[in-house]
Design a protein around this ligand. Sequence first.
Ligand code: SF4
Ligand code: SF4
Length: 431
Amino acid sequence: MILNKATGIRIDGKKHMSKTTPMHEYLNPRFVYLPLIQQNSPLKRTVEVGDTVKIGQTVALREGFGAMPIHASVSGKVTAIKKVWHASGRMVDALEIENDHQNALDDAIRPEPDPSLFTREELVNKMVNAGLSGLGGAGFPTYVKYLAKTPIDVVIINAVECEPYITCDYVMIEKYPEKLLKGLQYFMRAADAKRGVICFKNYNVGIIEALKPLLSHYPNITLFPVKDLYPAGWEKYLVQQVTGRSYPNLPVEAGAIVNNSGTAIVYADVVEHNIPLISRAITISGEGVKEPKNFLVPIGTPVKELIALCGGYADGLDPAKSYYIAGGPMTGRAIMIDELIVNDTLGSVIVKPMPAERNHPACLGCGRCADVCPVFLAPTEIQRAFEMNDKDAVRSLNASKCMQCGLCSYVCPSHIEISDFVFRAKELLRK
Ligand code: SF4
Ligand code: SF4
C-alpha cells in the first residue's frame, strides 16, 4: 500500500531556525551517559565501575537479535551506573563515564591501507563490529538489512528529513559530502547492489551543490529530489518512488535497502578507519531556545549542555514551563524535563513553551484525520475501539498498519492527539 491523497501534505518546516548555522562540534563533554538499552534490548555491560576506558573500546554487548558491541564515546573512567532520561520517554540505566580529555583511542581504531579490497562479508562484519545502527530514528542494527538472501538492486539513502525543525542530516551532508558518497558506495558493495540513490527534499539545493561536483567519481550513484510534502521520507514511499515496486513488510522484498544519510557518513569512517558508532549529529531547535543549532556530539552527551551552547532558553521562557520533544514534532515523544541524553536514535530535541491549558477538546467529526492518513486508517474509530478495549475491532480497523507519522494529530482542528490513541491501540494488539 502506498501514500494516498497523491503524496501527503505540505507542513510548515521551520527549518530556517537551524539550517544556516554551521555544524558545531562539541566533542568533549565532562561526562557521557551510555544507555544500557538499545531499541528494547537491554545491553550486557562488559566493564565495571572504576575501570578506565578508551574511545572505541567495547563497554557493553547487545545480545540476541541484532547482537553487536557498544563502544565508549570518550576516554576516561567509568564512574557510576545511573538512571537517565532516554529518547524512548523513560528512565533507563546508563554507564556514566568521566572524560579524562586525553582522547585515548582503542587499538582497533586505525586506518585501513586499502578499503577497496574488502569482500562483501568483511564489509558486513565491519557494520557488526562498529555497533552500527540506523541514525534516522529507529536504531535498527544496520548489518541485519545486509544479511538478506534476496538480490538487492539499489541502496537508497534517505536524506529527506521530513519533519519540521530538523536539519542535522542536511548540515552533515553539506559538511561531509564525500563521506556520504563513500559510505553509500561501501553499502552498495556490501549488498552487491548495482546502483545507489540519494533522496532529499527538492528545496535543499545545498545538497545538490555539495554532491554534484563529486558525482563524476561515483557513476552508479544518482540524486533523487522528492516533493516538499509530509511524509515523503517514509521508507515505503521512497522505495516505491525509486524502484516502482511496493512491498508488504521489508524493502528487501522490493530489491532495496534504505539507510539514513548520517549512517552512511559514519559507515565511511567505519570502513576506512575502524571508528565505531561513537558520535552523531543532533538538531537543538524550537521556539524555546535562543539560537537553534546543529551539533556533532559523542553518544551519551547531556542535552542540557547543548541547550546552554544554544545561548540557553529563549528570553522570558521558564524552563519549568517548557517541554522537550525527543525526535521530530510529528513522531517524537514529549518529555517534561531537560535531563535527556543523546543516544543513537536521538536526532533532534525541540524545545517548546508549554501551551496554555485547554478545555478537554471535543471531536468535531470533521473526518480530516482519516482524509490525510497515508495508509487509509480511520483514527477516530480506532480511538473508540481502543477506549472500549475491543481488541477485535482494533485489529479489524488495521491499527497495526499505522506508520506513526502523526499527520492525523497535526491536521485536527480540535488539537486532539488522535495519533496517540492509534499508537496505544497498536500496542494493545502487541500485548
Ligand atoms: S499517525 Fe497513523 S493513523 Fe495517524 S495519519 Fe499517520 S498513519 Fe494514519
Ligand atoms: S480531525 Fe480531529 S476533530 Fe476531526 S474527526 Fe479527527 S479527531 Fe475529530
